[in-house]
Every structure is written in C-alpha cells, then in structure tokens.
Design a protein. Structure first.
Length: 410
C-alpha cells in the first residue's frame, strides 16, 4: 500500500484512488475510522501504515486476503528492530545507541496512543500494535513519485510485499523506484549498474539509505554489516582534543600503511580476489579491512574537526576558550590508552557503561512490558556483531596511532 505523505490537502485525491484500488484488489472493506486516518496525509506515515498493516494482516475481516496470507506465511513474529528489546539485551547496546532508541520508542508510543484514541486499532492488543510498528519500521519504503493528478512530486511511504524481502547492502547491486501513473502502478527493483546484470546465484541487495552506520541498521532493522564504511567510534571531549593535536596528513599516511598491510594479510588468508565481482553486494575481506581502517581514521579526524570547530565558535562568541589538557606523555599515548580500554569494554558481555543522564533529561522511554519481546536469535547475534565491530575499530585506532608514532619518530 502506498501512502501519500504530502502536507495538507496535497495528494488526498491520489490517496483515495489508491485506497479504493487496494480494497478492490484485496476484496476487503476498510473500517471508516481507518480510512479517515489513512487519508490524513499530514499524519506520520509510520503510524498510518502500522494501523493499516495491523488491520490488514490480523483482522478477521481481512482473513484470506493476499497480504494476510503473505504475513502469516512469510513475516516473522519476532522483533526485527530493537524497538521491543527487553532490558537485559538493551544493556548490551553501546551507550551512544540508547538516546536514539529512546527517541524511536517515544515516537511509537505517542503514535500508539493517537491510534487508540482515534479508534483506528480497536480490538488489537498492545503487543500486536508494537509488532505492526516493528514490521513497518523495518520493512517499508520511502519513495518520491509524481502525483499523476497534479504533476507535483509526492513523497510516499509504501509497504510492498515481496519487495520487502530485499536485504540491504552498503554496496548495493540494485535500486528501486515507484511509478504511480494510472496505467502502471509499479514498484520496480532493477540492477544498479545498467550494463552489469546481476548474475544468477548472486543476492539482490538495495540500500536502505546512504550513510547508514551499524548503530542505525541495528536499531531500525536489527542487523549489522561488517566492514561498513560509515561506522565510527565516538571520542569523548578529552580524546577529541588529543586528536586535534595530531598532524592530519601524517594520520592519513599512517592509515594508508595500516590498511595496505591489513588488506594484503586478509587477501592472503582468504585466498580470495582483490575486488568483488561487480554483480555481488558483498565486500571482499580485503575491502572490509580497508574500510575498517578508514572508519578508525574518520573517527579520530572527524572528532578533531568537531572539537576545533566548537572551540573556534566559542572564541568567536567572545568566550574564553576552555583550558586545554596537558596529556601526560602526549596525545598519542592518551589515545592509545583510551582505544585499548574501549576494545576491552566491547569484549566484555555488557557495557561499556552508559554516560550519566543529563540532570534534566527525561527518563528513557520503554515499551509496556506486554509489548516487550526477548531478542530473537538474529537480534542477539547482531548486537554481538556490533560490539565486535566496535572492538575492531578501537583496535584499528590503536594500530593507527602506533603506526603514526613510528612514522613520526623515525
Ligand atoms: C526489508 S526486510 C528484508 C527481509 C528479510 N530478508 C527477510 O526475508 O525477512 C529487513 C530485514 O531484513 C534483514 N536484513 C536486511 N539486510 C540485511 C543484511 N545486510 N544482513 C542481515 N540481515 C539483513 C533484517 O532482519 C531486517 O530487519
């Protein structure tokens, strides 16, 4: 079901047509309260899609429809996202994931209240409602199409059975698009490289969004890709200041040396090719090692740039710059010590310890106990992969700093 999410009255006509067509195709009649909500183009798309999805997959009135059949035979009951994670598993998340998770839950719980108040989900349990949000958050698409009635671009949220089975890759071999012109009404998934078809036997993968780091894919979709070039280890303020004391060009030279060394070792160990075949969405072990070293480099350099920018802004505002630290032994040993401690913390079963909440921060939002799901096996494994990727970045920072020290004292 494609849902128009343009503000105001924009797109209502198209939405009405789409809802009529969906009902005809599915041989079902949506309840009036639900239709009213689905036509409210300004309401949050996730809430509208979740209410529809719950009704269309669980209501006795929709039993036997293609979507209900698809849901009962294909979709998981377990959580895909971290939305309904129980506290014991939540304690294994990195501290920087917790505010985002709390924010996601706050939005869902506000939407749940709103749906109940509107009578759009009467008769369903809280457990079912959170499940519907879970499915919609991890499996719906955002696309922009041309509204055939007005010619204006219309932002859409869509739930597309079967297409919702396509996995994500940071190096995708396919792209998707929607065409809602009356004679088409199509959602297509096509190879990304026009002259490089995806060979039989290769998995078709799309991108769920550029720049997704492993924390975001874990929270929203419940998986982590190894070797994701967007991953970072967050440096605390004191370490960001140490990073700002380093010579950036020398850091880049050190990263080149370390990544070359690691890539050569990974290729020798795997006996595999140096580059991936273009029809595959998989990275080779050597590419993953290179990405890892550049994640380590970017963690340090970006923290240095942010620290410097904050300091410049304070100076420009006429504030006295904060006293700088005198890192005993210099910034390099300080960073090495910190990165080693991070590697150790991520090797432990839980932690590292979350930062203390700000004095006026609201308590973190949790789903009601009724809607809490234990982490499925996949989710628990994904949290472990995230922890091990964080540990690997920390160790890559150690190696990078040691190489920097070697190159710059030689
Ligand atoms: C849009 S659905 C894809 C459907 C999934 N392949 C299936 O058959 O259930 C998104 C879910 O697929 C899984 N997924 C997607 N990309 C993945 C990846 N690169 N690695 C592992 N799991 C992935 C996650 O469970 C995610 O919540």
């Amino acid at each position: 079901l494609p849902l128009v999410c343009a503000p105001g009255q924009e797109g209502v006509e198209l939405q009405e047509e789409l809802l009529e067509e969906w009902q005809e195709l599915s041989k079902v009649q949506l309840p009036a309260a639900l239709v009213q909500l689905l036509l409210a183009t300004e309401r949050p798309p996730a809430a509208r899609l979740s209410a529809w999805f719950l009704w269309a997959t669980r209501s006795p009135a929709a039993a036997g429809s293609p979507l209900a059949e698809f849901a009962s035979h294909v979709l998981p009951r377990a959580s895909a996202s971290c939305l309904r994670l129980i506290p014991a598993e939540e304690a294994r998340l990195p501290p920087d994931a917790l505010p985002t998770l709390s924010n996601m839950r706050t939005q869902v719980s506000a939407a749940v209240e709103e749906l109940r108040a509107a009578g759009a989900v009467d008769g369903f349990s809280l457990e079912d409602l959170w499940w519907a949000f879970d499915m919609v958050i991890s499996r719906s698409f955002s696309v922009t199409v041309t509204d055939p009635n007005t010619g204006n671009p219309a932002p859409l949220a869509a739930y597309v059975p079967w297409a919702c089975l396509v996995n994500h890759s940071p190096n995708p071999n396919a792209v998707f698009a929607a065409d809602l012109s009356p004679d088409r009404r199509e959602f297509v998934v096509v190879p990304r490289l026009r002259y490089t078809p995806i060979e039989p036997g290769f998995e078709v993968c799309i991108s769920y969004g550029g720049g997704l780091d492993d924390r975001s894919t874990l929270l929203k979709y419940g998986f982590v890709s190894t070797g994701n070039v967007n991953d970072r280890l967050a440096l605390p303020a004191g370490m960001a200041e140490a990073a700002a004391r380093l010579k950036q060009q020398a850091m880049i030279s050190a990263a080149e040396a370390v990544s070359e060394r690691r890539a050569t070792a990974a290729t020798a160990e795997s006996g595999g090719p140096v580059t991936s075949p273009s029809s595959s969405a998989d990275l080779t072990p050597a590419e993953k090692e290179r990405n890892l070293v550049y994640c380590a480099l970017a963690s340090v350099l970006e923290a240095a740039v942010d620290w410097q920018a904050a300091r410049d802004a304070e100076e420009a505002a006429g504030q006295a710059p904060p006293a700088t630290k005198g890192f005993s032994g210099g910034p390099v040993p300080a960073l090495i010590k910190w990165a080693k401690a991070q590697a150790e913390a991520y090797a432990a079963p839980t932690g590292p310890a979350p930062p203390p909440p700000a004095p006026d921060a609201p308590p973190p939002c949790r789903p009601p106990a009724e809607a809490e799901a234990p982490a499925g096996e996949d989710l628990s494994a994904a949290i472990s992969v995230l922890r091990s990727e964080r540990r690997r970045i920390a160790l890559a920072i150690v190696e990078l700093m040691e190489e920097y020290r070697k190159q710059n004292t030689a």
